[in-house]
Ligand binder design. Sequence first.
Ligand SMILES: *Cc1c(COP(=O)(O)O)cnc(C)c1O
Length: 359
Amino acid sequence: MTVYNFCAGPAMLPVEVMQKAQKEFLNWNNTGCSVMELSHRSSEFIAVYENAVTALKRLMSIPDDYSVLFMHGGGRGQFAAVAQNLMTDSEAQYFETGSWSSAAYSEASKFGLCSNQKVSELNELKQRYVRPFEKWNVQDNAAYVHYCPNETVDGIEIFDDPEFSVPVVADMSSTILSRRIDVTKYDVIYAGAQKNIGPSGLSLVIIKNELLERSRESIPSILNYKLTAEKESMFNTPPTYAIYLAGLVFDWLLEKGGVEPQETLNVQKAELLYKAIDESSLYSNNVAPQNRSRMNIPFFLADESLNSVFLNEAKDNGLLALKGHRMIGGMRASLYNAMPIEGVVALVKFMKEFEQKHA
Ligand SMILES: *Cc1c(COP(=O)(O)O)cnc(C)c1O
């Protein structure tokens, strides 16, 4: 039986990438060693690192005045890093659209001056949507604006690139590389790797170089953007194996034609599932169409007492990790780049059969 893993993170990785890693596990590039066992200062590993950076720059068209950093501590590590590196005497403005943007604000508020503005609400149909950027109350002197383009838990995505006159920081943990974005509209993009890039623990930061000047020496070195950039992500031992795997994922994307065809596929995948949900009387999703996430799709059964039956039967059919986030309940299917369309087709088929059976 083919198994499809819909976990929100750590999420499935492309089969081809896992197979390549497996093949090279004990003997990378005729070194007789695993990548895991190579010095991060060795020319062999530096080539792996440089390849990953170059591939990402190509995939996202990252301009030369930006740096790519590989850091530790996942998405939440960046909640602290952003605040410690970028806060000034002016307020940092956090915009809340769901649970991750709210958590980012909670962490930042430990470190300095910041405020939180809720920018999502319910429409007439009781569907959640995000107010357009023009309606966000951004101050001209804000230290930066922070928001989360894709709320992994709530299934809410903002597809537009922002246009603000102050620095924009975006937590792209669960949407990075799923669609094209204009990097120049952002000053800092960060992402925990375990959704769309590689293993957990690794985090990726794309930062406009002029912002590096804000990093003060007094903050923890391991979180310091300027230091990390100067040392090319090797101030201390970086998560070398995770960087290697991320590089394989980037190469895989490039071989498949880059982000654009992936975006087309992601649109198709999400449409298939939302259509099935909207056409059924058992399943529902409560996000307004313009903000429905392509990556994380929560849905609820009209009869909640069927939840565990649904999950058990799904599992018996090779459809794994569909349980919704503990804060929200219901179900959630995560459809990152690595999820083939066949997985979504199988899920939709199962959902229809389940509905007929239990109607
Ligand atoms: C998963 C996730 C995080 C947290 O990542 P960790 O690596 O667990 O710290 C932060 N933000 C978003 C949007 C996420 O999806």
